[in-house]
Structure formats: C-alpha cells, structure tokens
Design a protein around this ligand. Structure first.
Ligand code: GCO
Ligand code: MN
Ligand code: MN
Length: 388
C-alpha cells in the first residue's frame, strides 16, 4: 500500500476511460504510434497507478458486431480483471460516433432507421454498463450536429434528442438499472458544429425532459475552454442546479483543436479554481480524467500521464486547503464583502421594498471601499508557485 502524500486513494474517486489509456495517438494527420492494448491490460495498468475506476463505451470493450457468446466471454474476463486489480466501473457510455453509419448523427439523424439503431445500440450499452455495476450513463453526442444547417432545422434536432433521452430514461426505470444520465456538451469536433454546444445549453434542455430528475450534465474542461469559456463557472452553475452528475477533467488551450491534455497541463491556475470549487462544495462524484498522453509517449509514458493527472489534482487540492487557511486571504475576503448597514435586499416584501426605495446610497463612500484583488490574486499565485 502506497502512502505518499499525493498518491491516489479510492475515496478520491479517480477514474479513466478505456479509450483514454487505450488511446493510440492517432490524429487526423497521422496513424497510431502505440500498439493496441487490451481492456484487461488497461485495467492492470490502472490498478498499478492506484486509480479507482475505469469507464467505457460499449465498443471499447465489446466489438460492434460481436456475437452474444463472444460478448459474454469478454465481459467475464473484464470483470475478473477489475476484481483482481480492485478497479470499479462507475460509468458507462455508448459510442455513437465512430461507425460511418453515424456520419450524420445518431439520435438526431434525419434517417429514422439510424435513429432507431442509435437507440437500440444505447439500450445494449446500458445493459452492458448495468452488468458491470455502472450507475452513471454518459451521453456525448459527438456526431449530433452539422456542417451545414441546410440539412435540418436545429429545433427538430432538439426534439429528436429529447425523444431519445426520454426513451432511455424509461428503459432504465423499466429495467431497474438506477442510472443517472450525464449529458456532455462540446461546441464542435468532430462535427463542424455540435448541437448542445455548452453545459449551459444542456442545463436549459434538461428541465424539458419527462424524467428531468434522472438527467444531469458531464461538463468537460476542454470542451468549454475550446470556446474560450470559464469552465469553473459552468460547473458551478451545474452544481447549483443539482445537476453535476459527472465531470471530465483534462486541459486545453482556448481556441485550439480538442487537445485532451493531462489535467492541469495547460492552465494550472484555472485547474486550481476548479479543484478548489469541487472540494469546497463537497462534490461526491467521480473525478474522471478524459484525457490522453502526448502522442510522443509509449505505454510507460501513458502511466506517467495517468499518475500526473491524479497527482496534479491532489496537489491542487492541498493548495486549496492552504488558500482556505491563509489568514491574509481570509481577511481580504471578509473585507470585500463587509456589510455597511445598508437595507438588505433578501426576499421581497412590500415593507422591505419601501425601505429600499427610501434609502439614500452614498456612492462616493461605496467607491472608497477597497477591492484589493491584485493582492488577492498575487497571494493565490504565490500559493500556486509554492512560495507561500
Ligand atoms: C471527446 C469526448 C469523449 C466523451 C466520451 C464519453 O471529445 O472525444 O470528450 O471523450 O467524453 O465519448 O462519452
Ligand atoms: Mn473531449
Ligand atoms: Mn469527454
């Protein structure tokens, strides 16, 4: 048993996808640089790193056209490996983007046969996930989008997506699977534009579902940062709405292709505020790393990558504790939100509104109040750089 300060433990709930560790470094311009690695070997590798969970798409484990007997054998072997290496399966998902049949989407495709196949494939992926013990089912609609809006009206796509998610919720209830669904947004890639481009779009969509209580979001760092958005703000909104069911951690320079870098690799400051948020609010879900190793690495480097994701999270967690315990930081926080005795807004009442309307605000006095954010940010940076 490891005992290092930044070594992962099961209670940290660190998970990786079969597709992340198994990523062979293929990109649109170049072929794979790493040999294939079997799901069983991925589980062994994850066991060695101290990770808690492994997540999968249906076809990361079972080939798309596998016969039932082959499927069952693969699942049994995988379950054995998970038990041996003490790795759990918290989340499952479905691949509706790789096979060319999904070239124009799955749930939102114009072809009713493709839509039906997408739902059938998802039901089977849900069966598989349930068999492995998964309680979260992620839906990422990588192909649910367009290159040209000539092909369908976007509100039609929204309706089709709703119909599909409603169907999946009913199936989960009918089978007693107990799934909670986590919808994952992305602005583009592989489609020119993907519907439901941000976590905020999904937060607007979810209340329109028949079983909104079963459906939340799976925000991904890279996906919001690709559009130049502040990831922690989106996560906070999801959390506040009770919808943060899962999270995909990685890193990304804004405006680039989907880089899927090791957590904290590109922007450790925003990673810090994210970790601080998750820890401050007591988020209890998986900390899933949806990232992959640089294309220059072999499998030894993939292990370095996985350990790096978890270490960085734990280092930032420690920095967040330090930040919260810092007397000067806490004094600034008290100073900037001090109450100067103005009538509080709070809940509306006729009397309260009357008092508020009568009050004379001294704007000059308000402006004299200091907002020492330079000092506050510098203190944050000094904690992050290890000198405080
Ligand atoms: C991506 C996505 C995927 C999904 C995965 C789970 O940009 O490729 O992040 O990795 O998270 O398909 O649904
Ligand atoms: Mn991604
Ligand atoms: Mn993802």
């Amino acid at each position: 048993m490891k005992s290092g300060k930044y070594d992962p433990r099961p209670e940290h709930k660190f998970s990786f996808g079969l597709w992340t560790i198994g990523n062979r470094g293929r990109d649109p311009f170049g072929d794979a640089v790493r040999p294939p690695i079997s799901p069983v070997d991925i589980v062994a590798l994850l066991g060695e790193t101290g990770a808690w969970g492994v997540n999968l798409h249906d076809n990361d484990l079972v080939p798309i056209d596998a016969k039932p007997a082959e499927r069952d054998r693969i699942v049994r072997e995988f379950q054995k490996a998970c038990a041996k290496h003490k790795v759990t399966v918290p989340m499952a998902t479905v691949n509706l983007f790789f096979h060319p049949v999904f070239r124009d989407g799955g749930f939102t495709s114009n072809d009713p046969e493709v839509r039906a196949y997408a739902v059938q494939k998802t039901l089977r992926a849900m069966d598989l996930g349930a068999e492995l013990g998964a309680k979260i089912f992620v839906l990422w609609g990588g192909r649910e989008g367009v290159e040209t809006d000539a092909c369908r009206r976007p509100d039609e796509a929204v309706k089709r997506l709703r119909e599909a998610v409603n169907y999946l919720c009913e199936y989960s209830l009918d089978q007693g699977y107990g799934y909670r669904f986590a919808l994952e947004a992305k602005p583009n890639e592989p489609r020119g534009d993907i519907y439901m481009s941000t976590t905020g779009h999904y937060l607007g969509f979810i209340p329109t579902l028949d079983h909104a209580e079963l459906v939340g979001v799976n925000p991904e760092v890279a996906h919001e940062q690709m559009s130049g958005l502040n990831f922690t703000h989106g996560v906070a909104q999801a959390w506040e709405a009770g919808k943060l069911f899962h999270i995909d951690l990685n890193d990304q320079a804004p405006g680039r292709y989907d880089q899927d870098f090791r957590f904290g690799a590109a922007n450790p400051k925003s990673a810090f505020f994210l970790v601080k948020f998750l820890e401050d609010v007591g988020y209890q879900g998986s900390r899933h790393f949806d990232a992959h190793a640089y294309r220059t690495e072999d499998y030894k480097g993939v292990k370095d990558f996985a350990i790096g994701c978890m270490r960085t999270y734990l280092i930032l967690k420690e920095k967040a504790e330090r930040w919260n315990a810092d007397k000067e930081i806490q004094a600034i926080l008290r100073e900037i939100s001090a109450d100067n005795g103005a009538p509080p807004v709070g809940e509306f009442s006729k009397k309260g509104a009357g008092t508020l309307l009568k009050h004379v605000f001294d704007k000059d006095a308000i402006l004299r109040k200091r907002l020492p954010y330079e000092r506050l940010d510098q203190l944050t940076i000094e904690i992050l750089l290890g000198v405080r």
